[in-house]
Design a protein around this ligand. Structure first.
Ligand code: APR
Ligand code: ZN
Ligand code: ZN
Length: 369
């Protein structure tokens, strides 16, 4: 394999996998997009993310360029999406159908080198290491990932590869939370707190499942028009209410919604989401990232009212085994991915794409490499 002569646009060497490192896959990235986690890492919001120099990016799609020893499920030329929440297939959790956690290749912002030999596959021009991010590092023309962190996409849907980029994180996280974690049923009543890309993906998942009422809650009134396209039927702006949001939602849904989703990352919002559900069976799913050291704002006795609460990572999807089927459902239009691609830019305009996200202009800006 000749790879040393290629340099990416930012002076990073094409990642080395010349010896075909065991259980690793080198991917030529064709499309990538930006999620809030990249923004947080760029700003160094928490210590774990500050392992610079580091190649960020975890939503992407591309083509397998080469595979190392032992990789059997993807081969050169396959269309793939990298996944930050891997599936090794061998750990206790991977073997258990109740979870999509992988103890070997799960979400770990501290991990910055490959598991196999503890080194990075990226170097700068001087040969110094540049570290990996979230098992993926997709802001690069080429990346190397562990075989557990790559999913093959059916070649028959290769023409839709660009859209598949969204399955790497945002859309899978939101739709999967509605389908897998909550298991929203036809006719269900749902409340979604925070109508960013994650909350809108939850709404889209609930719409696809036939929810009868989808109440969107956001302090930014411009989010309602975006929400309508994803199936949001009712809108609440908490800043215009004279009562707590949960009281309003209980009124609107005759006792409370069946499912609520916290997609903001705020403890007060989380408490409102919890109290918005119906006593006896209400189910709250947390998707927001809570950087505060404070604990869950729920008194243990409140759990005797029968409301349940849980978190959802990567929408509960076991990536390697379940994402190919989800990709097919998206291709059939069960979930409409196009609605989430609001902008497209060449990769060298990545700073503009970050700004679009910061300004709340874009849901997803797909960058073309
Ligand atoms: N009540 C209701 N909505 C709120 C509130 C609030 N108190 N505060 C903020 N919001 C809204 C914002 O107006 C915005 O529309 O929540 C939405 C959050 O959307 P984004 O910032 O675009 O974030 P998103 O990418 O959707 O991620 C949501 O999930 O993955 C995590 O780290 C991510 O915690 C974040 C959450
Ligand atoms: Zn993400
Ligand atoms: Zn595993």
């Amino acid at each position: 394999m000749e790879n040393e002569k290629h340099h990416s646009t930012n002076g990073v060497r094409k990642p080395s996998n010349t010896k075909g490192k065991k259980m690793e896959v080198r991917i030529k990235i064709l499309f990538t997009s930006i999620c809030h986690t990249d923004l947080g890492a760029w700003h160094g919001e928490n210590e774990a993310q500050r392992a610079y120099p580091r190649i960020l990016g975890h939503e992407a799609s591309g083509i397998v360029e080469s595979v190392g020893e032992g990789v059997t499920d993807v081969t050169e030329g396959d269309y793939v999406v990298p996944i930050f929440n891997g599936e090794c297939g061998e750990c206790e959790c991977c073997k258990c159908p109740k979870t999509n956690i992988c103890t070997k290749f799960g979400v770990n912002p501290m991990k910055r080198v490959m598991a196999g030999d503890g080194t990075s596959r990226f170097t700068n021009k001087e040969g110094k290491p540049i570290f990996h991010f979230l098992n993926t590092s997709t802001f690069s023309e080429y990346t190397v990932v562990e075989s557990a962190c790559v999913v093959k996409i059916d070649s028959s849907i290769s023409h839709g590869l660009k859209k598949m980029t969204l399955l790497s994180c945002g859309v899978s996280t939101g739709v999967g939370a509605a389908w897998n974690t909550a298991n929203v049923q036809p006719g269900s009543k749902v409340a979604v707190f925070g109508l960013g890309a994650v909350g809108l993906a939850v709404a889209e998942g609930a719409r696809a499942r036939g929810a009868s009422k989808i109440i969107g809650v956001d302090i930014n009134p411009s989010k309602f028009s975006k929400g309508r396209a994803m199936g949001v039927t009712d809108f609440i702006n908490p800043t215009e209410l004279e009562k707590p949001v949960h009281e309003k939602i209980r009124e609107m849904s005759k006792g409370g919604v069946d499912y609520s989703f916290e997609c903001v990352g705020d403890l007060d919002v989380l408490r409102e989401a919890f109290l918005s559900t119906h006593e006896g069976w209400g189910f709250t799913v947390v998707l927001g990232i809570h950087s505060t050291p404070k604990m869950l704002p729920i008194h243990p006795m409140e759990l005797f009212d029968g409301r349940k609460i849980t978190g959802s990572v990567f929408g509960g999807f076991k990536g390697k085994t379940q994402l190919p089927l989800f990709a097919q459902e998206c291709t059939r239009g069960v979930v409409e991915l196009d609605k989430f691609i609001t902008h497209e830019l060449p990769f060298d305009k990545i700073n503009e794409a970050f700004q679009l996200l910061v300004d709340g202009e874009s849901l997803r800006c797909v960058l073309h490499l």
